[in-house]
Design a binder for this molecule. Structure first.
Ligand code: BGP
Length: 495
């Protein structure tokens, strides 16, 4: 039977990357260091560590989720002899014309990227922006405009300026908000009319696991992380308002990593615990940004845990006035919640404290593959907020094999994406969820955020670079490149 699957007319098909993992050129044209520039490469199963220098000049490293290993008085720093994959990324900085031409060939209608704050304000607290940094993004937007590709720009994607960490532990301190707002004002004014879609903080809820990537904070302690998240909420709300004041046509979204959990059994405590887990890890964050206030259950939890947030008069108003236009999510997998955890195997993955689901296969990195979970996610979020949802990350991290004839047959990636697009379509067509667009993660291969590996590839385009920094960054189209082009050209009809 002939399918009549058709996505909404202005559906934003595209792909996504982030400056810290993709641009490289980490010190070029005046760029300063960011929190991602001190991260070493890890391995599958080992999370990354950040390097530091103690007062006596000796070097050391701490796991990003084990900050208790970080010695008092030490300073995060680049250490000679260590390999830092984000320094070179996929060298988009020097390949942007070629890369955008490839995106255009696939028919992208939008490209989700991020601006590196430290390229625009190298120290984070400079009074004047770095013109060369701004000019780079002008060139990127020129190139996108040439092909009619709409930029979707994240303001902060794991790249807060390192100097702000050294000065006052970055987002743990309220002074960070002023610096961030100066940066926002600069980019909103400069790119007015060129960028319509903005996203505030990437995966803001990843702070529940630690403060480094999300907030440049050297801590995994709850009170500090709660305070840092509070500052980001305020900054995000102020950014929403400022963007609208500067450009009434701008649309600003928040972004959360969304990994829905299923209760393991029908024991009431599995359901209740699962709900609490979902509230704490996901809905608390989207509630504040979409509704404009801290939910009552969160205030109770803070009180129970003896955490008093440092607030100022007028803060409530700021949160209320800065609710977002849309909810952006990353969706890779689902998880299972069990109240006892007895005899269950923990699983790895994006934003996860969960257990293995016996009904689901997993990726080579142990992330459980669950296309139906995407439909569940879209329904849950839309029912809750009735705001449009933008899927700005989804995809399969996998090792790719380049055949002797140069081809890359990534059928596994095609079947992962196909199954997720089918479920996204069901959510739109059957359930009535408003989905704005779909930008698969790492559309051109880039450095993995969690492990720093290059071999964990997501792209439609292969980048010649390995985990040890060998390779000349040459680009090669994979089989999925041709497949995705046809998906977009047929508006989702031919999957
Ligand atoms: C999200 C991040 C991205 C990204 C992606 C895939 O958490 O927003 O930056 O990298 O996950 O994760 P990974 O790179 O760890 O495979």
């Amino acid at each position: 039977m002939k399918t009549t699957r058709k996505f909404p007319k202005h559906f934003l098909w595209g792909g996504a990357t982030a400056a810290n993992q993709f641009e490289g050129a980490y010190l070029e044209a005046g760029k300063g260091l960011s929190c991602s520039d001190v991260l070493k490469a890890g391995e599958s199963g080992t999370l990354r560590s950040l390097t530091y220098r103690r007062a006596d000049k000796t070097a050391g490293e701490a796991g990003i989720f084990s900050m208790e290993q970080f010695p008092k008085g030490a300073v995060p720093d680049v250490i000679e002899g260590c390999y830092y994959p984000n320094h070179t990324g996929s060298d988009f900085y020097h390949h942007y014309k070629e890369d955008i031409a490839l995106m255009a060939e696939m028919g992208f209608r939008c490209y989700r990227m991020s601006i590196a704050w430290s390229r625009v304000y190298p120290n984070g607290d400079d009074q004047e922006p770095n013109e060369a940094g701004l000019a780079f993004y002008d060139s990127v937007f020129d190139e996108l405009e040439k092909y009619g590709i709409e930029p979707v720009v994240t303001l902060s994607h794991y790249e807060s300026p390192l100097n702000l960490t050294k000065k006052w532990d970055s987002w743990a301190d309220r002074r960070n908000i002023d610096c961030f707002m100066r940066y926002c004002k600069t980019v909103f004014e400069r790119y007015k009319g060129r960028v319509r879609y903005w996203i505030t903080f990437n995966e803001i809820n990843s702070i529940v696991h630690g403060g480094w990537l999300e907030a440049g904070v050297i801590s995994c302690e709850k009170p500090i992380l709660e305070q840092a998240a509070y500052h980001q909420f305020l900054a995000g709300a102020m950014a929403v308002k400022l963007a609208r004041d500067i450009d009434p046509l701008a649309k600003v979204g928040c972004m959360i990593a969304y990994t829905p959990a299923y209760p393991y059994s029908c024991k009431p405590y599995d359901t209740l615990g699962c709900l609490e887990y979902m509230n704490e890890s996901f809905f608390f964050f989207s509630d504040v940004m979409a509704r404009g206030y801290y939910p009552g259950r969160k205030l109770k939890a803070l009180e129970r845990n003896g955490i008093t947030l440092r607030t100022e008069e007028g803060d409530r108003e700021i949160l209320r006035q800065g609710t977002v236009d849309y909810i952006a999510i990353s969706y890779y997998m689902s998880s299972v919640y069990s109240s006892s955890g007895e005899g269950m195997e923990a699983t790895r993955g994006n934003m996860l404290i969960g257990y293995k689901n016996p009904y689901l296969p997993a990726s080579q990195w142990g992330w459980q593959i669950d296309p139906t979970g995407l439909r569940v996610a879209l329904n849950q979020l839309y029912d809750r907020y009735q705001k449009p949802i933008f899927i700005v990350e989804n995809g399969l991290g996998s090792v790719d094999q380049v055949e002797a004839d140069g081809t890359i047959e990534d059928d596994y990636r095609i079947s992962y994406l196909k199954a997720h697009i089918e479920q996204m379509y069901e959510a739109i067509a059957t359930d009535g969820v408003e989905v704005m667009g779909y930008t698969p993660w790492g559309c051109i291969d880039l450095v993995s955020a969690s492990t720093g590996q290059m071999s964990k590839r997501y792209g439609f385009v292969y980048v010649d670079r390995d985990d040890d920094g060998h390779g000349d960054f040459a680009r090669k189209k994979k089989k999925s490149f041709h497949w995705y082009r046809q998906v977009i050209a047929s508006d989702g009809e031919q999957l």
